[in-house]
Design a protein around this ligand. Sequence first.
Ligand SMILES: [Zn+2]
Length: 124
Amino acid sequence: MRSRYSAYALGLVNYLVHSTLPAQQASLDQQAILAWSLSSTWLGLEVNQTQLIKGEPQHAYVTFTARWRDENGEHSHRERSAFVRNNGNWYFIDPTVEIKLERNDPCPCNSGLKFKKCCAGYFP
Ligand SMILES: [Zn+2]
């Protein structure tokens, strides 16, 4: 989470893409991410809560508040984001990017579980 915030502050779109669930990466609007990143002055990140999920070591939630300023003034955004671990790396599950999967499909995080038994519950 902190590294993704830093990537926003530095305009490192490549990092933001590659730290998102691989099955969602191709659907990200990289131009929009870059434009938002560069047109904002990043004022700070506060990690409010980190929540591990009992019985699901591959999943975690991070609640954070990010603050930034743009031509419309200062903004504060609080969000509870889901992350999934695969091969030792944590990936952001982007709730705004739809993935077309059936509930019985293999989970896109490569856990070896069915989607419904793994990451499905972390999509809105
Ligand atoms: Zn999964």
